[in-house]
Design a protein around this ligand. Sequence first.
Ligand code: GTP
Ligand code: MG
Length: 203
Amino acid sequence: MQKNKKMQITSATFVISNTNYKKCPESDLMEFAFIGRSNVGKSSLINMLVNHKDLAKTSSKPGKTLLINHFLINEKFHIVDLPGYGYARASKTQRENLRKINEGYILFRPQLTNLFVLIDSRLEPQQIDLEFMEWLGENSVPFSIVFTKGDKQSSQKLTDNVEKYKTKLLETWETLPPIFITSSEKRLGKEEILNYIGQIVES
Ligand code: GTP
Ligand code: MG
């Protein structure tokens, strides 16, 4: 694929689920992982991107994804669905356990090429997300921001919220990461994210 050409999804298959990054696939393929607060829409976004209804398991209740899930896309790269963070009703031990799973994967998986941090577009900037992104910065983890559930508010409100978020980020960050605005329901933002991945995979 050449730069700026559209990426088409020709195949998407589930590979393996793990609790430990050490057991993730022995493969040199690049990995693009999705993380964010529980219930923010990570698994739904992955399904939207790869044209599947339920490749990644979704639920209206938070705490659905509890493992590191690898999906092989176009035989060329992996998409990784990660457990959510900040699920208030999980026990302290469960939350600690999930934190370790995610941290291990993020810090010690060299195949991780870009982490998409999902943010609910309806909410004011949340401390837990801001702190998580600061932690990524401290550890030099490349990330992008994906605003989710864009269909759940008017387009004006959506634009206002994203602008507010950018202003908040610029209080601590010199530059902004790539930002995507999406709705899995309305299938918005799909091409932008796929083309972004495509450019990195083909570069
Ligand atoms: P965990 O695995 O529990 O951390 O959650 P997750 O981030 O993977 O969220 P998931 O994709 O399971 O979606 C959570 C709920 O939000 C489900 O009921 C989805 O149908 C809904 N949802 C996700 N994305 C969108 C969206 O873009 N628009 C709307 N309206 N609903 C969405
Ligand atoms: Mg999930």
